[in-house]
Design a protein around this ligand. Structure first.
Ligand SMILES: [Zn+2]
Length: 80
């Protein structure tokens, strides 16, 4: 039994009681609900790697990342 983080909604859950799991790039991810698993399966790159890093950076009101609307638009477009 282990506490894992649902990469879609950020909720901490127990892997044993997770509603679902998916493997992506050799890593197994666990989800609190079917909906989260579905979202992850649809576009896993949004929730791992640079996508997760960006999400973390955005949730922190840090002065390190100056607002750059131009580059922000770029990565949104990249995801489409
Ligand atoms: Zn979730």
């Amino acid at each position: 039994m282990a506490i894992v983080k649902d990469p879609v909604c950020g909720m901490e859950i127990e892997s044993e009681t997770a509603a679902g799991s998916s493997e992506y790039q050799g890593v197994t991810y666990y989800f609190c609900a079917e909906g989260c698993k579905h979202d992850f399966d649809t576009s896993p790159w949004k929730y791992v790697g640079s996508g997760a890093g960006l999400k973390e950076a955005m949730s922190e009101p840090s002065g390190q990342m100056a607002p750059k609307p131009a580059s922000a638009k770029k990565w949104w477009e990249f995801w489409k």
